[in-house]
Ligand binder design. Structure first.
Ligand code: F6R
Length: 607
């Protein structure tokens, strides 16, 4: 969602802030701004649209070595220059950038207006600089603390004061902030991605904490008083830097990276000779696993789909009840939390507000929840305290691709561990381990020859409606394929379990409607053939994803896309690939903004 970057040190702040904003672009935004502080006051530039526009506008800056900057994704108030951050107090001596939502904005605004404050924007954020001004008596830290005592909602903020060009103040409640400790310089950001170019030594701010930041470092305190002794964390050396590596878009780079990201996810985790696996971060012995009576995954969007695959595998292979829940529904419906249930919170960013809310609900009710997270050190990883990283590396394109296959892989590794404590023999465990270990090669094999995707693009790109369908393990894949197509291309589509299709969506079919069928070899294949015949009888044209060598399905298809032969539980890792490529290539054909689709943000940090 919105991004924050702030710099204080010996160097010119502006180029560092603009470069940081570029690194945050992938999160999604619609306007951007920067504020620099020097003895004479605060200099700002703001622009609606891309950071490139702000760069063009930010000319003739003063010499300043401290500043704050922001990419905004509109929530309160339209996408206008007036609403773009930073926002300032009346005399323009205090500047604030903010991620999150101030829920009692109306009441605070009314009070401030009654005191004579004139607002310049429609944003909730603007109450903050005015409120901080009201509480400012010469001590900037105290002013921020006192102001935030009146605020309800969520925030990650950076505040600059013209009277104090040697410091910045940051505070957090519900919106992530991380402080990078460099050599004589300090960088604050909402995302480690904006920090890795400067330093790998970081301090994570927790909720209800405030930091006084100088070029020498940061002191962290609780908002209600009291020092916090926060250990310095190290961002992993292979955190990765977001460059395109010769690809035209991050989405294509990330699709083609999947053999490597899956190898990273599996590395050191499969014990082939024991037909078993180990996810060290779970810290669970076989005895602990035996006591698990049920597994529930929570997540949003793609992460929910990965949770669906994981829970199906657990039910199928470990033979215990398992289900996937949409985090926003789960957290708000006062769920029953089983004492013997193991919960997994699946999240690429580790910052998704609804998933975090679900975790808090599980923890409040005494449940055990583990993270399945990509971003190391993210809020979800730290809130869960235990879990597993999926090691997909930085995912920059808004639409998730490699994170999905890594989340599925991590859940399958867990399935193997769990199943071995139940009815999976050594020999069966060996077979499962082998199927997992060879999955990255199968992904490579497919990507080396992806089949007639361009023919599928021709059928889909001008369609008024498309239907995706699959059964069993292929149903979440169909959902994921439709989500990708919607996100990247805006082509209207939906996904259904193939057996449910005749209970409604079949009415949408007309001559030429593209139906994308996910039908690999396995227990559900024959039933899907009947569904294919039903839709073709209504004039639909089927794009069929099937196992190599399945001539019967190839003959039924208007476009036949073969994928390598793998065990059924591994099939989502290969069947999702043509669907990712289809969305990507339809997006290209329609001239869409592939990496930054309209209205979307990479990390959804508001409810
Ligand atoms: C889909 C997509 C979203 C995310 C969802 C959860 O391409 O990117 O649906 O999967 O917002 O995000 P994380 O995994 O960061 O919790």
């Amino acid at each position: 969602m919105c991004g924050i970057i702030a710099y204080i040190g010996p160097e010119e702040a502006l180029p560092r802030l603009l470069e940081g904003l570029k690194r945050l672009e992938y999160r999604g935004y619609d306007s951007a701004g920067v504020a620099l502080v020097d003895e004479s006051g605060i200099w700002t530039r703001r622009e609606v649209g891309r950071v490139a526009g702000l760069v063009r506008k930010a000319v003739d800056p003063p010499h300043a070595t401290v500043g704050i900057a922001h990419t905004r994704w509109a929530t309160h108030g339209g996408v206008t220059l007036a609403n773009t951050h930073p926002h300032m107090d009346g005399p323009e001596r205090i500047a604030v950038v903010h991620n999150g939502i101030i829920e009692n904005m109306d009441a605070l605004k009314a009070q401030l207006e009654a005191e004579g404050v004139e607002f310049r924007s429609e944003t909730d954020t603007e109450v903050l600089p005015h409120l901080i001004r009201r509480h400012y008596k010469g001590d900037p830290l105290q002013a921020v603390r006192s102001a935030l005592a009146h605020v309800h909602g969520s925030y990650g903020i950076a505040v600059a004061f013209a009277e104090h060009p040697d410091l910045l103040i940051a505070a957090r409640f519900g919106s992530p902030l991380v402080i990078g400790l460099g050599d004589g310089e300090t960088v604050l950001a909402s995302d480690p991605q904006a920090i890795v170019a400067h330093t790998r030594r970081v301090l994570y701010l927790d909720d209800r904490e405030v930091a006084l930041i100088t070029a020498e470092g940061a002191s962290v305190q609780r908002l209600d008083g009291g020092e916090v002794d926060r250990d310095v964390s190290l961002i992993e050396a292979d955190y990765g830097v977001a460059d395109l590596a010769g690809h035209p878009h991050f989405m294509s780079k990330e699709i083609w990276e999947q053999p490597e990201s899956l190898r990273r996810c599996l590395r050191g985790r499969i014990q082939r000779e024991h037909g078993n696996a180990k996810l060290g971060g779970l810290n669970m012995s076989p005895r602990d696993l035996v006591n698990v009576r049920e597994v529930v995954t929570v997540g949003c969007g793609t992460a929910f789909h990965a949770g669906m695959v994981g829970s199906m595998a657990i039910e199928h292979l470990a033979r215990i009840p398992a289900r996937a829940e949409v985090a926003s529904e789960f957290r708000n419906r006062h769920p029953i939390i089983g004492p013997d249930t193991l919960y997994f919170a699946v999240s690429q960013s580790g910052e998704t507000a609804d998933t975090l809310g679900a975790i808090e609900e599980i923890q409040v009710k005494g449940g055990q929840v583990m993270g399945v997270v990509n971003v190391v050190g993210s809020t979800i990883a730290r809130t869960c305290g235990a879990g597993t990283y999926v090691y997909a590396g930085p995912e920059i394109a808004v639409a998730s691709t490699k994170a999905f296959t890594s989340q599925v892989t991590a859940m399958l590794v867990f399935t193997l561990m769990l199943a071995r404590t139940r009815n999976l023999s050594l020999a069966q465990g060996e077979g499962m381990a082998e199927a997992l270990l060879t999955a990255p090669d199968k992904v490579s094999e497919y990507l080396a020859d992806p089949g007639p995707i361009d023919a599928a693009v021709e059928l889909v790109k001008d369609a008024r409606y498309c239907l995706f369908m699959g059964r069993g393990f292929s149903y979440p894949v169909a959902l994921e394929g439709a989500l990708k197509l919607k996100e990247i291309t805006y082509v209207p589509c939906e996904a259904y379990p193939a057996g449910e299709m005749k209970h409604g969506p079949i009415a949408m079919l007309e001559k030429g409607t593209p139906v994308i069928v996910v039908a690999p070899r396995g227990s559900q294949r024959d039933k899907v053939i009947s569904n294919i015949k039903e839709v073709e009888a209504r004039g639909a044209k089927c794009i069929i994803i099937h196992t190599q060598g399945d001539e019967e399905l190839a003959r039924l298809a208007a476009v036949s896309i073969p994928v390598p032969d793998v065990r059924e539980f591994v099939s989502p890792l290969v069947t999702v690939l043509p669907l990712q490529l289809l969305a990507y290539k339809v997006g290209l054909a329609l001239g869409r903004d592939i990496d930054k689709p309209r209205n979307l943000a990479k990390s959804v940090t508001v409810e």
